[in-house]
Write a protein that binds this ligand. Structure first.
Ligand code: HEC
Ligand code: HEC
Ligand code: HEC
Ligand code: HEC
Ligand code: HEC
Ligand code: HEC
Ligand code: HEC
Ligand code: HEC
Ligand code: HEC
Ligand code: HEC
Ligand code: HEC
Length: 490
């Protein structure tokens, strides 16, 4: 008995399903006839979320859904509007989707009501080349019939299908050229090479797709400061997933990239100082081709901005040594997300110096000695600069002319900064050359400032002697005049 019920369960369910759907179905003569004439729109509509809410063809196209005769059903006098075109399409969708009294009250839907508003102020809400309508209508991304919830795999905006939906236009060269010939059309192609794109093709709906980075209805041009992909906003866009440990669980990668980046010299410059010269996540990972830079390409990535360091490194003995050991170039010493402002303490053989990670008196000792020498040179140059500076300041306070020395002090400082870059040659001679330039100039400055100070004392001594003589003269003159006066009085 129970077994028989179980056998019939599928059939029962089917009957139940049909019964549930009958009211909407049987009353909709539009659907009935259109299905009968093999209209694919009707076939699609039967899985449509609107159909399941009891919405009829006539809700969108007008007409009388109760009439069996085509002429009566699709009569203009019965309100038949035919096929909506251009901006009328979105206006039609917005009639319900932007209206709380329809969505919330009538259909008990909790969907957001802002799609139309967002779309019209987005880049897709601009006028199309025809000049008569917006670039995109709701149906450009959602289609008109067969619309299902975005979490359903059949939806054209399901994460696995978004790339194809956007690329209908964005990978179409002749279509896009009409708008902006300089706008690349390679987003899908590059996306497919990224870790995100590969996972997306493999069926992982959690990896970023176009809408996760750009948004959906509110998409703005990349150079718009309000865009989700504008450099100062981008780190937060990536962090929505990458800093969410629960979301990223199971992938075996850290979820601290944003946290570290925000504290780094780059993150501080970009996020706090709004310095667009500092890298955002995509400057190192690529936009659509987002992948971690491989060991070989890290110095290229850093080198796009720190060209001199990368150039020196490539010519240095470390280049071959690191390649052989598969060590990443810049990252080995500076890290990637947590790159900090450097200090001289990174250099040398003391605790805190990076050189002693690998070099010691007993292992790779040549590097150890060079590291120690470089640090000694840096320290001496620093004290030479300090000494020269204090002499110049003293001369200046004594009212001496020090314009030229001030100018040369800047050259000393410059040489000291240059040594920090020259570290990356990992070559003692090259390093010494720059340091020496600093020493030469600083001793010249010290010498000249010293002379100026000497001259000050010389002048002051001279003044003292001169005023003493003048005083004596004046006193003698006074005595002399008094004497003449006294003589005259006698
Ligand atoms: C008895 C059959 C029948 C009924 C009922 C019917 N239609 Fe049609 N409909 C057709 C046929 C056939 C065509 C194609 C004829 C044509 O191209 O003019 C058509 C065309 C259309 C078109 C396309 C018009 C165009 O300009 O391309 C729309 C939209 C449409 N019907 C909607 C509706 C709606 C809404 C209803 C119900 C209110 C409805 N139909 C009821 C048979 C029917
Ligand atoms: C949610 C609104 C909506 C509903 C419901 C709807 N349609 Fe449409 N239909 C549209 C829009 C919008 C278009 C214009 C096509 C576009 O913009 O892609 C359209 C286009 C059409 C066309 C013209 C297609 C073509 O290729 O030119 C036909 C025919 C049609 N609909 C029939 C129907 C029938 C039949 C039903 C019911 C089974 C139906 N529609 C239900 C919105 C709707
Ligand atoms: C440029 C493509 C595009 C256009 C144009 C577009 N949508 Fe969407 N829409 C999407 C994407 C992508 C999603 C999925 C968003 C997500 O997962 O966050 C979506 C989601 C939705 C949802 C689900 C709820 C939500 O907001 O997440 C509704 C409802 C919706 N769109 C309605 C509309 C309406 C109405 C229009 C026209 C005013 C429209 N869409 C125009 C791409 C588009
Ligand atoms: C007659 C009112 C009405 C019209 C017109 C209408 N919709 Fe809807 N739409 C609804 C309702 C009701 C739902 C289901 C809401 C729910 O499940 O919470 C819905 C659901 C959707 C969803 C699924 C959202 C999701 O992810 O769960 C999309 C997408 C959508 N509509 C797009 C459109 C588009 C595009 C148009 C215009 C072609 C349109 N709608 C026209 C009432 C309407
Ligand atoms: C109907 C075709 C069409 C569809 C579908 C479409 N777009 Fe667009 N998109 C355009 C056009 C046209 C432009 C404007 C180009 C211009 O004027 O510079 C544009 C602009 C953009 C821009 C701004 C480019 C810039 O200047 O920085 C982004 C980002 C964008 N689209 C992303 C998307 C995403 C993501 C999707 C899918 C959710 C999508 N688009 C779907 C046609 C489309
Ligand atoms: C991982 C995040 C991410 C994903 C996924 C993504 N984009 Fe982008 N996209 C960006 C960033 C960042 C920029 C800004 C580039 C810049 O500043 O020059 C951008 C720029 C654009 C532009 C402007 C032109 C250009 O290429 O620079 C378009 C159009 C665009 N994306 C479309 C798409 C489409 C279509 C998809 C899906 C196939 C997609 N994007 C997927 C992050 C992403
Ligand atoms: C929608 C969520 C989401 C967003 C937004 C997102 N990602 Fe991802 N990302 C993922 C997932 C999931 C993976 C797969 C992890 C894996 O395979 O290791 C991934 C993988 C990566 C990887 C490869 C990691 C590895 O070594 O396997 C990089 C690099 C990456 N994302 C960078 C970015 C950048 C940069 C941005 C912003 C421009 C971004 N992601 C935005 C979800 C996201
Ligand atoms: C200065 C360059 C740079 C910036 C900026 C940067 N990354 Fe990375 N990122 C790297 C390098 C280099 C690696 C490779 C690590 C390795 O393989 O050793 C990496 C690795 C990753 C990985 C793989 C997992 C891991 O932690 O090793 C993810 C995910 C990632 N980055 C996301 C981001 C996100 C999100 C941002 C922005 C908040 C960002 N990155 C900013 C250089 C950068
Ligand atoms: C073997 C360790 C090591 C490697 C590898 C390394 N650096 Fe450095 N870097 C240092 C040290 C040490 C300093 C600080 C020197 C000082 O302040 O005296 C420094 C300083 C810097 C500075 C600040 C000084 C300046 O030039 O403005 C930048 C920028 C820099 N490195 C970038 C890079 C880049 C880019 C790479 C890869 C091409 C790289 N570094 C590889 C050790 C390293
Ligand atoms: C898009 C350009 C850009 C890229 C790519 C980039 N940087 Fe930078 N970097 C900067 C800027 C700008 C600063 C200065 C920030 C500030 O101090 O305001 C900086 C600062 C630094 C500093 C600190 C210098 C100091 O004087 O203290 C180091 C070290 C550094 N970067 C290393 C790296 C490494 C390693 C990479 C690759 C993993 C890298 N950078 C990639 C632009 C970049
Ligand atoms: C990650 C390990 C590592 C770090 C950190 C490191 N080195 Fe090296 N260094 C090497 C290796 C390996 C060689 C190659 C040794 C060889 O081939 O004999 C080398 C070679 C050198 C050489 C050339 C030695 C020769 O025989 O001509 C110098 C100079 C040098 N390093 C200086 C430095 C300085 C200065 C620092 C710190 C700023 C530093 N190194 C940090 C691993 C490192």
């Amino acid at each position: 008995m129970t077994q028989r019920v179980i056998y019939r369960l599928p059939a029962l369910c089917l009957v139940l399903l049909i019964v549930v759907h009958i009211p909407a179905y049987s009353q909709d003569k539009c659907l009935e006839c259109h299905e009968a004439i093999g209209d694919k729109n009707a076939a699609l509509f039967k899985r449509d979320v609107h159909f399941s809410k009891g919405i009829s063809c006539a809700n969108c196209h007008g007409g009388n859904a109760l009439k069996e005769e085509m002429e009566e059903a699709m009569d203009l006098r019965a309100g038949f509007t035919g096929v909506p075109k251009g901006d009328h399409v979105s206006a039609l969708c917005a009639k319900c989707h932007s209206d709380a009294s329809v969505m919330l009250k009538k259909y008990k839907s909790l969907l957001p009501l802002d799609q139309m508003e967002s779309l019209t102020s987005s880049v897709h809400g601009q006028l199309s080349t025809s000049g008569k309508e917006r670039i995109a209508q709701c149906t450009s991304c959602h289609g008109a019939h067969g619309i299902v919830s975005k979490s359903n795999r059949l939806s054209s905006v399901h994460p696995l299908r978004v790339p194809a939906t956007c690329s209908k236009c964005h990978a179409n060269a002749s279509y896009m050229r009409a708008y902006d010939p300089s706008l690349p059309i390679d987003q899908l192609e590059k996306y497919r090479t990224s870790v995100h794109g590969k996972r997306n093709v493999g069926g992982d709906a959690k990896a970023a797709e176009c809408a996760s980075c750009h948004g959906s209805h509110e998409i703005l041009a990349a150079k718009d400061v309000r865009s989700h992909v504008y450099p100062t906003n981008l780190p937060t866009t990536c962090a929505r997933c990458h800093s969410d440990a629960t979301y990223m669980r199971g992938y075996g990668i850290a979820s601290d990239q944003y946290e570290k980046f925000a504290k780094s010299v780059h993150g501080q410059a970009l996020l706090e100082k709004k310095d667009l010269g500092a890298p955002a996540c995509n400057d190192c990972h690529g936009n659509h081709g987002a992948v971690p830079p491989g060991v070989e390409s890290i110095s290229k990535v850093c080198g796009t901005c720190h060209a001199l360091n990368a150039e020196l490194f490539s010519a240095s003995p470390h280049k071959k040594a690191y390649d052989k050991r598969k060590l990443p170039e810049c990252e080995t010493c500076h890290g990637n997300h947590e790159v900090l402002a450097v200090t001289d303490d990174l250099l040398g053989v003391n605790e805190g110096a990076v050189c002693v990670w690998c070099h010691g008196n007993d292992k790779l000792p040549r590097g150890y000695h060079v590291a120690r020498t470089m640090r000694q040179l840096v320290d001496s140059l620093m004290s030479a600069e300090k000494e020269a500076t204090s002499l110049v300041v003293e001369a200046e306070q004594k009212g001496m002319e020090v314009g030229e020395s001030r100018f040369m002090l800047r050259q000393v400082h410059q040489a000291r900064l240059e040594t920090r870059t020259k570290v990356h040659s990992f070559n003692e001679e090259q390093f010494r050359e720059v340091a020496q330039r600093g020493f030469d100039v600083s001793s010249k400055v010290s010498e000249e400032a010293g002379l100026a100070i000497e001259e000050y004392y010389y002048r002051r001594w001279g003044l003292l002697v001169a005023s003493f003589i003048i005083t004596i003269l004046a006193a003698s003159l006074y005595v002399y005049i008094r004497r003449i006066e006294r003589n005259n009085a006698q």
